[in-house]
Structures are given as structure tokens and as C-alpha cells.
Design a protein around this ligand. Structure first.
Ligand code: UN1
Length: 493
């Protein structure tokens, strides 16, 4: 019997909306959950409920909020296998990766529970005597968080955990095709004892979310928007927020390059390319887009990479596989569209392409060699199991190729030469650089985020995300007993 799921606002179910079926992509005839998608009013109503709850939550001392985060971490850890199994069932991610994703939530909670006892402000010297200056971090208010379904529990927790820790109330709108996983995570968060209205979950489609968000921003009930998803939708979210004088936290797509230098350990590079290109079926924002191989090692790299791709197991995500089915039909359609464009234009490595036999959304891996810098596949994120390969002669050329698509999320270089590492790091536009490791797999306490088409420069994770969910308040306290005027009454030596 499939689960029945509805939005939860102010602690109460909202039993209205249009039914949507979240299915198992390995067996699309199997419904994992039936969810009621609410309209703009449900979204705007949730933001009002959050606005009503935010002040009391902000008054809870930060160390006590940290304890709530600690409880969430323990609850998630205790339920890790059940949650990971549900993620695998609903989006087809291999079980080991789903478990890793749940681990990432626990890591995030571990990090932020301590932040409840820090959340430091500063004391700052004044230019006048008998006057002290201070800074405080204050919560932004209500955070509206809209997340993708490829990381249905870890990436949302990157927003929810620090937002709550910092004293904000939250409205979370997960991807429809990952509703059951999101709902299960929501239950674990609220089981830790969050007061009603502090965390609300709304199920809605894209247009209803936009309309609801527009209304909420107009009503002044939302002070921060966090969005993870495609660059195209991110642009619209940015435009909407800009109209309301808000700067959102945008975590968007990537066309992540891997540079293979002539001195690279080629087996290590192949392993990295396999994981980054085809892990999660290429559906991470950090997935490898294009291998940029030095022309002296290109043929050897490609031969080894092709052999590794052909030997990889693709299938039941409960087994030991490189990847399982695609997340959802929309990504299968996208893969088919790219495939239709690739075949007449490029050398595709020999081997089957397209959909595999059977009912699940399983698709063959594709490696496309000989990409040119103006090719569509070189410039666009495919978000599927398709990896491009091209060549370079000089490091400057490799950097220029790496930056050319205009994204700037993750990147990687395989080399033993420290000079090449630092020159690459200085030149590449990516927010994240891996050396002798894959473009995927960022740890939960380093700044995560991108530039250009990958985002607006905002960063998640670690202490850096605190700037998304708090604002600095400056205070000056004059105890001189007279009016001291800044810039005019500066003390002399
Ligand atoms: C994403 O695909 O939105 O670095 C995030 C990684 C993961 C997160 C990916 N830890 O690949």
C-alpha cells in the first residue's frame, strides 16, 4: 500500500491538492507515495505560519537550538538504514550511496550542534574613547527552501540544519518525485521536538511554488530563499527574489571538467572519471561533464576509460552497481534528447546506447570523444550518464577549456606537478577544485557552491553558510556621557 502524503503547515496536515504519484524508477509501475500537491495559497500560508513561529524560535538560546540539532542527528543516525532504503526505492540511487547521503546529514548535524555554542559576534575597537562597538549575528527570519530530488535528504539538510540552528523558521518545498523521502526526513526533524510552525513542508509543483513564493515575498513573510536545481530555474528564482530586493542562496548546475595532465596516474584518473561521470547516473550537480586530456595521454586514457565503463555493472540499485535507474522520467527524456543530437555529430565509443531492456529507467553509459569547444555537449549540463572527452596541449589551454561553458561549480586535475595544481586552481572559475580526486564527493564542512551559471556566489556548508541564515547587526555603545560624533570627534594621540 503506497503512502499517502500531504503538506504539513503549523504542525497540521493540509489534506487538499492535486494527487501526484511518486514512483520507483526501477519499477515505474510501483507507486512509492501518493502526494497531494498544494496550490500557491498552501505555500503562502506555510510562510505565514512560519512567520508567526519565527520570533519565539529566535528567542530560544542558540546552544539549546544546538541541542535540537543534536537530537535530529541522533534520530537520523538511528533510522539511517530505513531512510536510505526509502531513498533507493524512490529515486533509484544505489543503496551504498543512499546510506552515504544519510551519513552526510549526520555530519551536518555534528558540525552545527557545536555552532549553537559559538555563533560568534565580535567586539571591535572604536575610534573614540568610552565607546564600544559590537557585532551580532541575527536570524534572517523565514527561510523558504526549494530543493531537487537527486539528493533528496542530504542537500535539504544543508539548508534546514543551519537555518534552524541560526534561529529561523523554515518552509521546505522538496521535489515531487522525492516526496516520500522528504516526508520521512521531515518527520525525523520534527520528532526532535521542534515547535509547530518552525519547520513546515509543502508539496507543490513548480508553477504553484513560484506563484506562492511571489505572494509570500510580497507579503513580507519570507526573508531568505534557498534553491538547489537547474541553472534555468535558478535564474528565474534569482529574478523573482531580485524584484523583492532579496539575494537568494542558489546552488545550480555544473559542467564540471576533469583535466588529465601528461604525468597523471591514469588508472587513478579513470577511477575518478568513472565515479564522477557515472556515479548517481551522472545526476549530481558535481558530476563530471568533460574530460580534458592532454594529447599525449588521450588515447591511453580513453582506452582504459572505455574498458572500465564497459565492465561497469548497471542495474538493481539494491545490488553492488555503479548506477541504477535515472531519477525520474524527465531526466530520461533529457538523455534521449542529447543522444539524438550526439549520434549524428560525434564519435560515440562503440557499445550500446539508449534505454536498456526491461521496465526500469535504466540507460546505457555514453562516452563521446572528440568534443569541440562550441559543441552543445561541451557547453551544456546533461544531468545523465553521458561524459565528453576532448584534448589540450598547454595548461593555459586546459584552463580556458575548463572555464568555457560558463559554469563554475566543481573541477578536478590529475597530475603530480604542484605547479600545475596551483596554476589550475588560480585560473579555474570553479568554487571547488579537486586534485587527484573526482569532481564529486565534497565533504560536509567545506564551502560548497559555484560561480557563473552554477550560482550567485553563495556558499553552503561549514561556517560559511552562517552568512546565508544570519545577518550582521552592528551596535555601538557610548558610555562617555556626551555626544561623540564619528569622524568628527576622533581621539588624538
Ligand atoms: C548535488 O548534486 O546537488 O559533492 C550535491 C557531492 C555531494 C553533493 C552533491 N556531496 O557530490
Amino acid at each position: 500500500m503506497a503512502r499517502q502524503i500531504v503538506s504539513i503547515v503549523g504542525g497540521a496536515d493540509v489534506p487538499s491538492g492535486v494527487p501526484y504519484e511518486s514512483v520507483n524508477p526501477a519499477r515505474p509501475a510501483e507507486t512509492v507515495a501518493t502526494v497531494l500537491l498544494g496550490g500557491p495559497e498552501v505555500f503562502a500560508g506555510a510562510c505565514r505560519a512560519a512567520a508567526a513561529a519565527r520570533h519565539d524560535w529566535a528567542r530560544v538560546p542558540a546552544p539549546v537550538r544546538g541541542r535540537a540539532i543534536a537530537s535530529i542527528g541522533r534520530l537520523v543516525e538511528a533510522n539511517a538504514e530505513t531512510l536510505a532504503r526509502l531513498v533507493t526505492e524512490e529515486i533509484g540511487k544505489p543503496y551504498a550511496e543512499s546510506l552515504g547521503e544519510v551519513r552526510e546529514i549526520v555530519d551536518t548535524c555534528d558540525f552545527f550542534l557545536g555552532e549553537g555554542r559559538r555563533l560568534y559576534g565580535q567586539t571591535v575597537p572604536s575610534e573614540m574613547p568610552d565607546k564600544s562597538l559590537f557585532t551580532f549575528r541575527v536570524p534572517v527570519g523565514v527561510a523558504a527552501i526549494v530543493t531537487a530530488g537527486n539528493f533528496p535528504v542530504a542537500v535539504p539538510s544543508w539548508y534546514l540544519v543551519p537555518a534552524l540552528l541560526c534561529g529561523n523558521a523554515v518552509v521546505w518545498k522538496p521535489a515531487e518525485y522525492a516526496s516520500a523521502s522528504a516526508h520521512a526526513l521531515y518527520r525525523l526533524f520534527t520528532a526532535a521536538g521542534l515547535p509547530d510552525g518552525v519547520l513546515n513542508i509543502v508539496f507543490a509543483d513548480g508553477p504553484a511554488t513560484f506563484a506562492g513564493l511571489d505572494r509570500a515575498l510580497g507579503e513580507g513573510t519570507v526573508q531568505k530563499v534557498g534553491f538547489t536545481g537547474s541553472s534555468e530555474v535558478g535564474r528565474s528564482v534569482g529574478e523573482l527574489c531580485g524584484r523583492h530586493l532579496q539575494s537568494p542562496c542558489l546552488e545550480l548546475g555544473g559542467k564540471n571538467p576533469m583535466v588529465v595532465m601528461p604525468d597523471a596516474d591514469l588508472d587513478l584518473a579513470v577511477e575518478g572519471a568513472l565515479f564522477a561521470g557515472f556515479g548517481t547516473a551522472g545526476q549530481r550537480c558535481t558530476s563530471l561533464g568533460t574530460v580534458i586530456a592532454h594529447e599525449d595521454v588521450h588515447d591511453e586514457f580513453l582506452a582504459r576509460f572505455a574498458a572500465a565503463v564497459r565492465a561497469a555493472k548497471i542495474g538493481d540499485p539494491n545490488g553492488d552497481v555503479l548506477y541504477g535507474p535515472l531519477l525520474d522520467r524527465r531526466f530520461a527524456e533529457r538523455y534521449e534528447e542529447y543522444l539524438g543530437w550526439i549520434q549524428p555529430h560525434h564519435t560515440v565509443l562503440p557499445g550500446p546506447t539508449g534505454r536498456m531492456d526491461g521496465e526500469g529507467l535504466y540507460y546505457h553509459p555514453v562516452v563521446v570523444d572528440g568534443l569541440r569547444p562550441d559543441d552543445r555537449l561541451f557547453l551544456e549540463e546533461t544531468f545523465g550518464p553521458i561524459v565528453g572527452v576532448t584534448t589540450f596541449r598547454t595548461l593555459d589551454e586546459a584552463v580556458e577549456l575548463a572555464n568555457r561553458p560558463g559554469y563554475g561549480l566543481s573541477s578536478s586535475i590529475y597530475t603530480r606537478d604542484p605547479k600545475a595544481v596551483f596554476r589550475f586552481r588560480e585560473g579555474v572559475s570553479a568554487g571547488m577544485v579537486s586534485v587527484n580526486n573526482s569532481t564529486s564527493g565534497a565533504e560536509a564542512h567545506l564551502p560548497f557552491g559555484g560561480n557563473g551559471r552554477s550560482g550567485n556566489g553563495s556558499r553552503q556548508s561549514g561556517v560559511w553558510v552562517l552568512d546565508q541564515f544570519t545577518r550582521w547587526q552592528a551596535m555601538n555603545w557610548d558610555y562617555s556621557g556626551r555626544l561623540q560624533k564619528a569622524q568628527m570627534d576622533v581621539a588624538e594621540i
